[in-house]
Write a protein that binds this ligand. Structure first.
Ligand code: ACO
Length: 389
């Protein structure tokens, strides 16, 4: 890491023995790795995947093309794409042992916990040795399979077999509903999967790289990342955005609802970002996709967005809080028929491509990630044996 003045616990810290100004904690501004996978430009509001601006990829490429870009370092030609699609399709299976574990979980379980458990169980019998791209493909292929199996079981339905002729997004929708997915839904979900696939050194990717740096396996690294993504300050926000939109109900109610929420110190879900100090470029793409996907819901969402940004500027001046990726993700994912508790897991369906690419990149040029902490506890306590305390 290029600086050592910040702690991971969010507490302001200074480097020992220096007069440096306390940092804000949370490793803000610390460079923790080198990567050729994606570049987040916070001030310009630009996101680049291995050389390509996200705006050029969002609606023109498929998730499989982006996974190829991340894993192999270039966009595929037609035969490379067909090859990757065939490999993903061949891996979309659910071993009986994993199905049994999913079936034994309570139907009230959070799908992120199910995903974590299923991936872990699958890895226990399958994955050995150093991370490989074949393992990345096998794991990425199965995320939708694990989630859809649980979703159907909790609804009293049998899990379905994947359909090899369907792409990643379409097969996921099919596995969930058992119906031929609408083309417009497939396009919207595919664009979402493209937009969420990688994002620099975000919390879950950092987690994956830390675990990978110990030379642990690809599943352990990915499962750790699933845990990091679950929190509302990272990937857990979009269902809360939906709750917020439902609670607001009408455009007329938006300002008073948002003012009251801010007055009691609530964070407005879907706004603010550690790196972007302007609009998140993914939000720009998702706004247009959401407008097309659900014009009615969009009207309320857009009004809430405008008022939220104005209120955040009024009440948190200088913090530069704008719409992040989660706000319109909620509208989009809801419009393709996903229930709120599958929003964050669907984020993982996309981001697993990025996590595994980072794990491979870390393994390719590894050094153990092991930062330090500034110790702030006592040092010279007098020890008293137990029966004298
Ligand atoms: N609503 C209200 N106030 C906010 C928000 C928000 N959404 N976000 C930040 N702030 C305020 C904080 O209260 C703080 O105010 P203060 O200076 O008066 O104390 C100030 O802005 C700075 O906040 P930090 O927590 O230091 O900013 P940080 O960079 O750590 O946070 C984060 C980024 C976690 C995303 C934050 O903006 C947030 O909590 N947003 C809401 C949750 C959300 O949308 N999460 C999804 C993030 S996108 C992703 O990870 C995929």
């Amino acid at each position: 890491m290029s600086k050592s003045t910040s702690g991971t616990n969010g507490a302001p810290q200074t480097a020992p023995g220096t007069n440096s100004k306390p940092s804000k904690g949370g490793l803000e501004g610390i460079v923790a790795a080198t990567t050729a996978l994606s570049k987040v430009e916070g001030t310009a509001g630009r996101l680049i995947y291995h050389g390509y601006n996200i705006h050029d990829l969002a609606t023109t490429t498929s998730f499989e093309e982006i996974a190829h870009l991340l894993w192999f370092g270039h966009l595929p030609n037609k035969s490379e794409l067909a090859d990757l699609k065939a490999k993903l399709a061949a891996e979309r299976t659910l071993p009986t042992s994993v199905l049994q574990i999913i079936s034994d979980l309570p139907i009230t379980a959070e799908p992120m916990d199910v995903l974590r458990t299923a991936a872990s169980a699958w890895g226990a019998s399958t994955i050995k040795g150093k991370a490989t791209v074949e393992q990345a493909i096998a794991l990425t292929a199965r995320f939708p399979v694990f989630l859809a199996a649980f979703h159907r079981l909790r609804g009293g339905l049998e899990p379905l077999e994947s359909r090899p002729e369907l792409g990643h997004a379409a097969n996921y929708l099919y596995l969930l509903s058992g119906k031929q997915p609408e083309q417009q839904h497939v396009k919207a979900l595919d664009a979402y999967l493209v937009l969420l696939a990688d994002h620099g050194m975000n919390a879950s990717t950092f987690t994956a790289r830390v675990v990978a740096s110990t030379e642990s396996d690809i599943v352990s690294s990915t499962v750790a990342a699933v845990g990091a993504l679950k929190g509302p300050l990272h990937g857990g926000a979009p269902s809360k955005v939906l709750d917020m939109l439902k609670a607001i109900g009408t455009s007329d109610n938006a300002e008073s609802w948002l003012r009251s929420a801010l007055a009691v110190g609530q964070r407005l879900m879907g706004f603010g970002h550690r790196v972007y100090k302007t609009e998140d470029p993914r939000a720009e793409e998702l706004r247009e996709l959401a407008r097309l996907a659900d014009p009615q819901e969009f009207v309320l969402a857009r009004r809430v967005e405008e008022i939220a940004i104005a209120l955040l500027e009024e009440q948190k001046p200088g913090r530069r809080l704008y719409t992040n990726v989660e706000f319109y993700s909620a509208v989009l994912l809801s419009s393709v028929g996903l229930p709120g508790d599958l929003f964050t897991p669907t984020f993982a369906v996309s981001r697993v491509a990025g996590w595994t690419a980072h794990i491979l990149e870390q393994a390719g040029n590894n050094r153990l990630i092991r930062p330090e902490a500034d110790y702030i506890g006592p040092t010279d306590e007098h020890f008293v044996p137990l029966d004298e305390r």
